[in-house]
Design a protein around this ligand. Sequence first.
Ligand code: C2E
Ligand code: MG
Ligand code: MG
Ligand code: MG
Length: 289
Amino acid sequence: AAKRAGGSGFAIFEPSMEQDSRAQLELQHDLRGAIERGELVLYYQPKIDGRSGQITGVEALVRWQHSSKGVISPAVFIPIAERFGLIGALGQWVIDEACRQLRVWLDQGLRMRVSINMSAHQLRQENLVQRIRRSLHAHTVDPALLTIEIIESVLMEDEAVRAFAGLAQLGVSLSIDDFGIGYCNFALLRKLPVTQLKVDRSLFTDIQHSSDALAVVDAIVKMAHALGLRVVAEGVETDAQRDMLLALRCDELQGYLFAKPMSAERLTLWAMGDEGVHITDFRPSIYAA
Ligand code: C2E
Ligand code: MG
Ligand code: MG
Ligand code: MG
């Protein structure tokens, strides 16, 4: 069944996965050929500096343009890729594509920073650091332009944590995604070469009405700053949220209020044209309803 994704302006295919393992099998079968068929695409969502309102970088978010089912969300196919052993190839494609795009932007005079998402699964892969290094090198991209986002629960896994050291040594930045809703090893957080925390949107959805929400975000920002980390609020949708988050000294904001994830071409125009940060109804033309 295709349904409208929460305001994102295009249809997203979502099998009811628990019941429908046949749909899963079908998808994993299709996913095997999706990379070669060029059906994956990276969309980019800006992060905005809280002080200047300028773009500080973009997060790469993968989409799958299925030939018959329409656009499929990563929330659906990343778990399938992991379950069926396809995440290695998919992750490699994301790394290569992000580096390729970074090079395109550099050639256009845009020194963009790009974040890519990685699951615990991917961090456990043995030659991950080498593969990232090779891809950066192939496109002559400065590692400092790349950030890797990992959810906090990964800090519970020794094996994944070991990959951090190698990544930091390579010169890429590390960011903790969806911070505040999982399990976090605070002792480790202090020691790891992490530079950024992304506060999950569920923590501040009702922040203008809830003193508890306010207290939690306030505490996270203070702790993060005490540890020398930058705080990004992700999933900002309203002016009220933005105002509260800025008052609490969040360093960067990201969310539909500023811009939805968009194609590289569109992002280039957005960043170069300085269209302002209040694009709230962007519809990618290739997915326009
Ligand atoms: P995430 O990294 O936490 O990304 C944030 C998600 O929230 C994205 O969903 C983004 O489109 C959405 N979002 C952004 N602003 C707003 C907002 O204002 N309101 C709301 N309600 N949502 C907002 P998306 O693109 O569907 O990605 C879902 C998840 O899939 C990501 O969560 C990430 O964990 C995973 N993912 C995406 N791309 C990749 C990838 O290349 N590799 C891996 N391993 N995972 C990926
Ligand atoms: Mg992320
Ligand atoms: Mg997140
Ligand atoms: Mg998330």
